[in-house]
Design a protein around this ligand. Structure first.
Ligand code: ZN
Length: 72
């Protein structure tokens, strides 16, 4: 089965660190090693396209679901 990863949040909802690829797009943790590409976060301000590749920590490699349950 091919697990579908959720789309990252829109670019305007990301912190600067997340937008810069320095923090996990799902939990905001600082990325040091083992970061994985999480997809493209999409956004636009007027005519300026903000689409950018974002990254996730290893816990959230497949999206926010499983790892967030574990953190509780
Ligand atoms: Zn994370």
């Amino acid at each position: 089965m091919n697990a579908r990863r959720p789309e990252p949040p829109p670019a305007r909802d990301l912190s600067y660190e997340q937008y810069s690829g320095r923090a996990c797009v799902w939990c905001g943790a600082q990325l040091t090693s083992g970061a994985v590409a999480a997809g493209i976060s999409r956004g636009k301000i007027g005519a300026v396209v903000l689409d950018i590749g974002v990254y996730a920590c290893p816990l959230h490699a497949n999206g926010p679901g499983v790892a967030l349950d574990r953190e509780a």
